[in-house]
Design a binder for this molecule. Structure first.
Ligand SMILES: [Zn+2]
Ligand SMILES: [Zn+2]
Length: 360
């Protein structure tokens, strides 16, 4: 039994479950047990004051299954709405759909309304303050964290490039560490992220990127050294390991992305055939939020026997164009920059050094 992986956000030992354990339990994680009450059938558009009495008076004991201890998502949201109305942050005619965006702590395409237990829900909300956010985390058993949405709807979270200020949401209360199950032709991983400073990828966007990687694989381009140049939480680079890449270099200019990538190497180590602990070369807490221009910093390396041969992983914090000064060659360079951001500079820097440059 290896030691618990410590959450980079809250310092707790309960936020990160090794990926192989997540994948074993995911199919039943959100399912009703035999004792759970049927679907409550609450309309998400009905004004709060028109909901049936039990739904307007939900407290922590209400409508919780005595056997599995879980409640239906809509009951949890009704509980949150009751507190928001009580605190004056939503009008009495607000509906469940006005609460915010619920995110389950392990994202997975659940084909039914999820039943939730302790700390299984993170809310992304507008019109919320810190005091009330703390009440939601304290009073509602299922709520693990509350994130305040900032900026225009659809504005991506993270950095556009090394010269721009980061756009992040605001974690108001609790912890925002959550994971997403990523499925590919090569297998599944669980990719964790500190959600308030990570672009929210609904599973479709994530799987579109995985499809690009699968298509490259069928063209025999995923081999040798693969560079995931704007790696975010590390999804593409780590899926490339599953696809058989021998050496994977992950880079991002945004420090939270680098930290999440290192976390994901640990959480997925046994699936990837890596030694459990990556080796740290630079203390991430000493690095700037956005990498300075100049030489990228090698932050961590990981090695392992792999499933079909040795694997080497390196994680850098730097500008992708600058990284070309450090890395001699790669077979495949993947550039997954934000929509609307010019990737010309990165492609220019890498076209001579990479067997192939793919912008995703
Ligand atoms: Zn945490
Ligand atoms: Zn139950």
């Amino acid at each position: 039994m290896s030691a618990a992986i410590i959450c980079p956000r809250c310092g707790g030992g309960d936020c990160i479950t090794p990926a192989e354990e997540v994948l074993e339990s995911i199919a039943s994680m959100y399912a009703a047990c035999q004792s759970c009450a049927p679907d409550p059938q609450i309309s998400k558009q009905l004004p709060f004051h028109q909901l049936d009495q039990p739904f307007r008076n939900v407290d922590d004991a209400a409508m919780r299954c005595q056997n599995c201890g879980k409640r239906h998502l809509d009951i949890v949201i009704a509980h949150v709405l009751k507190i928001l109305v009580r605190e004056g942050l939503r009008a009495r005619d607000a509906a469940l759909s006005n609460v915010g965006t619920p995110m389950i702590t392990i994202g997975y395409p659940v084909p039914f309304p999820p039943r939730l237990g302790r700390d299984m829900l993170i809310l992304v909300m507008d019109a919320i303050d810190k005091v009330t956010a703390e009440m939601l985390v304290d009073e509602v058993y299922e709520v693990k964290g509350v994130i305040e949405r900032k900026g225009e709807p659809g504005q991506p979270v993270g950095i556009l490039d090394a010269d721009s200020a980061p756009h992040t949401y605001n974690l108001l209360a609790g912890c925002d560490l959550r994971g997403d199950v990523v499925s590919s032709a090569f297998g599944e991983l669980c990719i964790y992220k500190t959600q308030s400073d990570t672009h929210i990828e609904f599973s479709r966007a994530d799987s579109d990127k995985t499809r690009v990687l699968e298509s490259l694989y069928y063209q025999r381009k995923v081999k040798g050294t693969v560079l995931d140049g704007c790696c975010g939480a590390g999804t593409l680079g780590l899926v490339a390991v599953l696809a058989g890449a021998r050496e994977v270099i992950l880079n991002d200019a945004f420090l939270p992305a680098v930290k999440n990538t290192i976390l994901n190497i640990k959480a997925n180590a046994s699936i990837l055939g890596l030694d459990p602990e990556p080796e740290l070369h630079t203390d991430p807490s000493k690095l700037p939020l956005i990498a300075d221009t100049g030489t990228p910093r090698l932050v961590a390396t990981a090695h392992g026997a792999g499933a079909s041969g040795p694997i080497d992983i390196s994680v850098y914090h730097g500008d992708l164009a600058d990284l070309a000064e450090v890395i001699d060659r790669c077979d495949l360079c993947m550039v997954d920059a934000f929509i609307g951001v010019s990737t010309d500079r990165f492609v220019q820097a890498w076209k001579e050094r990479a067997g192939m440059v793919v912008t995703i």
